[in-house]
Design a protein around this ligand. Structure first.
Ligand SMILES: NC(=O)c1ccc[n+]([C@@H]2O[C@H](COP(=O)([O-])OP(=O)(O)OC[C@H]3O[C@@H](n4cnc5c(N)ncnc54)[C@H](O)[C@@H]3O)[C@@H](O)[C@H]2O)c1
Length: 283
């Protein structure tokens, strides 16, 4: 039996009482995801940069959720966060969700901004996966869910470094899925389009699409944790649009993207609406 047919026959995983650690869960998609896992009876461990934000999020989520400070771009901090989660029980699911999206044409972007995007969005996913996988492999089970983005499959002007980081997450996740599967550990990737969070402020969804709610992404992540599969897009139909247009020659694909206004999603943004987010992400 192949791995996918085995998964198709396996009943949904019961998450009640299971420890689920979610990075960047003080706001946005992570916070909504923490809520969904808590509602499913999981023991949720929230990590975010700021003590206040993490504690408030844990109180809001309820269900015994804990909130801790973590800077995922600092290996020692990430290790301490996972140790705090392990103290509550074996971490069954790690959701690598923390991410930043400072937008800028590359020629105007500072070295600091480039490094920070790569450290938070890609290097930290590698760190978290490595740290979590060590204990998960010892136990012979566990699941790492990496939150990438549709721009982890489609490069977009105005967000080249962000795109590069998310392409990295998709490629890394694919390789890790193959590497960890024999040890009983699943790796999945979730690719949302535009989501109505602070990170997505001032970004237009492509024509014919609307910004998703963070809860829609949270539902997708919960569903992936219950029934592991490698690649999940939010909304689900975006996957069909991507893979069917990807079979077209490059010029036709670019024309589809242009007709949908997708080619300027990250370059024609509402700078005023993004000003507060860009300040926070740049700190
Ligand atoms: N909003 C979108 O349109 C969208 C689309 C596709 C993918 N995503 C991805 O979804 C994930 C969540 O994004 P969001 O929209 O909820 O953003 P958000 O800014 O609303 O929330 C992200 C959270 O991550 C935290 N964070 C940032 N850097 C961190 C660090 N070094 N250590 C720990 N926590 C850190 C922030 O403090 C914040 O609370 C990101 O990986 C993002 O790239 C978002």
């Amino acid at each position: 039996m192949t791995r996918s047919s085995r998964l198709a026959r396996t009943p949904d995983r019961d998450l009640r009482g299971k420890v689920v650690a979610i990075t960047g869960a003080g706001r946005g998609i992570g916070l909504a995801t923490a809520g969904r896992f808590a509602d499913a009876g999981a023991r949720v461990v929230i990590g975010d940069l700021d003590d206040d934000v993490a504690a408030k999020a844990a109180a809001q989520v309820g269900g015994g959720a804990e909130g801790y400070v973590v800077d995922v771009s600092d290996r020692a901090s990430f290790a301490a966060f996972l140790a705090q989660a392990e103290a509550l029980g074996p971490v069954e699911v790690l959701v690598n969700n923390a991410g930043i999206m400072p937008l800028s044409p590359l020629v105007e972007q500072s070295d600091e901004s480039i490094d920070k995007i790569l450290e938070v969005n890609l290097r930290a996913v590698i760190t978290g996966t490595q740290l979590a996988a060590r204990t998960m492999l010892e136990r012979g089970h566990g699941h790492v869910v990496n939150v990438a983005s549709a721009v982890g499959r489609i490069g977009m002007a105005g967000g080249a470094v962000y795109s590069a980081s998310k392409f990295g997450v998709v490629g890394f996740s694919e390789a890790m899925s193959a590497e960890l599967a024999p040890g009983g550990v699943d790796v999945s990737v979730v690719l949302p389009t535009v989501v109505a969070t602070e990170l997505g402020a001032g970004v237009q969804a492509a024509r014919g699409m609307r910004p998703c709610k963070p809860e829609e992404v949270a539902d997708a992540i919960l569903s992936v944790a219950r029934r592991p599969r490698f690649e999940t897009w939010v909304p689900a139909y975006a996957k069909g649009i991507f893979y069917s247009s990807n079979t077209l020659p490059r010029r036709a694909r670019d024309a589809v993207s242009h007709a949908m206004g997708a080619d300027t999603s990250l370059s024609k943004v509402d700078l005023e609406a993004r000003a507060e987010y860009e300040r926070r992400a740049g700190r």
